[in-house]
Write a protein that binds this ligand. Sequence first.
Ligand SMILES: [Zn+2]
Length: 172
Amino acid sequence: MAIRPILKWGSPVLHTASLPVTNIDADTALLVRDMVDTMYAAPGIGLAAPQIGVSLRVIVVDLSTGTEKGKLLHLINPEFVEKEGEQKHEEGCLSIPGYAGSPTRPARVVVRGLDLEGRERVYTGTELLARAFCHEIDHIDGLLFVDRLSPLKRDLMKRKLKKRARADDWED
Ligand SMILES: [Zn+2]
């Protein structure tokens, strides 16, 4: 079990698109395990590899934060197959502790990716699961929820985040 430090807004890897995983191997399994441990310890409902400093397209999601069996899922190289409708709810991010925003997200998504055995997995998400998929896939595209806010709210929050990042002073 390895809980890794979660990088905060301003770390370059969080603002860079991650690379696809080309070979699913023992290192990938270790990465997923560390991501799950780190997500549960936080606790959070999702985590993307760049949040622990690994610029690869891997996400983990568990809406139960580990309290219910069978809710954990991981996806390697996830991509959207379908996006439909709209929803808008408050989101936070483990990489932006103490802040929240309400980006517009699709109401329903279908996401496709690979599991650690290299098998294709397809998940349909609505409500919170749809938001979690969008939030985590944004991460591997180098985007955080702040980047999805209206220009006014985005600029206001970014000014505050720059100060936090400069001082390396985040609320936990
Ligand atoms: Zn996040």
